[in-house]
Ligand binder design. Structure first.
Ligand SMILES: [Zn+2]
Length: 72
């Protein structure tokens, strides 16, 4: 379920509150954008687990931040 206010975070339904879901939305929209491999610079990253990233192009597996390939 998608709602206009919280976008992708709408799947949580009425739980967790709007504020929490707005943060989730912000993180998830960033997750979709930041998929660029720091080694080959191609958009082929896959998040294997929290903090583990895998590049489908150069087959590199590396540790990054939990939700983004690199922390700020
Ligand atoms: Zn790569």
């Amino acid at each position: 379920m998608k709602t206009k206010k919280v976008g992708s975070a709408g799947r949580f339904g009425p739980r967790y509150g709007t504020k929490t879901k707005k943060i989730v939305k912000k993180i998830e929209s960033r997750m979709k954008k930041e998929r660029v491999c720091p080694y080959c610079e191609r958009t082929a990253l896959k998040r294997v687990a929290a903090g583990i990233w895998y590049c489908k192009k150069c087959k590199t597996k590396f540790a990054g931040a939990a939700y983004f390939p690199k922390s700020d």
